[in-house]
Design a binder for this molecule. Structure first.
Ligand SMILES: [Zn+2]
Length: 211
């Protein structure tokens, strides 16, 4: 099964992809991870990507497509994959259809209000980096790390205004892609508002119904 995973920041894509990867026995391929690995291994693509990111520029489609093409040619990807972070643009989606056609595009849908609640509730220990959540994983004592007693703070990225900006950018970039896949009858909406377990069991029902 060749699956593309779409969804805004805070939708729970990472957790979903990990579980799907384990259950279906398919590699979870994230372009973020591919970029980091290519840079670390100093491949030709990695060197180019590093220069571009160092200048604060967006990685152009042809580089990203090259990296994904290489990864999808590896032996563990021959029975299928779960792609996360790719495609982001229609040219990338068109290239992917040529490399290895997608069978299912899971669009993990979560309301903005819930994303805001999830992300603005995140607290990080200034000292050891441990992550808490004021609702789902609160520290024993407000504002203090259970492990090291360090001060908990909200990352600038997780401030409400920053999250709204990230969400708007995501929607603007992804909406054409969602429409493109919908037209090809590949899009499968999946509510991401429940617990990770309930989201995953809804996905398993979708798989069963497809036979
Ligand atoms: Zn700590």
């Amino acid at each position: 099964m060749r699956i593309v995973l779409l969804g805004p920041p805070g939708a729970g894509k990472g957790t979903f992809a990990e579980q799907a990867s384990k259950t279906l026995g398919l590699p979870h391929i994230s372009t973020g991870d591919l970029f980091r690995a290519a840079i670390k291994n100093e491949t030709d693509l990695g060197k180019k990507v590093k220069d571009i990111l160092a200048q604060g520029l967006l990685v152009p489609d042809d580089l990203t497509i090259g990296l994904v093409r290489q990864r999808l040619a590896e032996p563990d990807a021959q029975a299928g994959w779960i792609l996360d972070g790719f495609p982001r643009t229609i040219p990338q989606a068109e290239a992917l259809q040529e490399i290895s056609p997608v069978e299912m595009v899971i669009n993990l849908e979560v309301d903005d209000a819930l994303i805001l609640q999830r992300l603005t509730g995140r607290r990080i220990c200034r000292n050891c980096g441990r992550i808490y959540h004021i609702v789902s994983m609160p520290p024993k004592k407000d504002g203090v790390c259970d492990v090291c007693g360090g001060e908990l703070y909200t990352r600038p990225d997780d401030q409400e205004s920053a999250i709204k900006t990230r969400l708007a950018a995501y929607r603007e970039q992804t909406e054409p892609l969602v429409a493109w896949y919908d037209e090809k009858k590949l899009l499968v909406p999946l509510r991401g508002s429940g617990t990770p377990e309930s989201v995953y069991s809804a996905f398993e029902k979708i798989l069963q119904n497809r036979g």
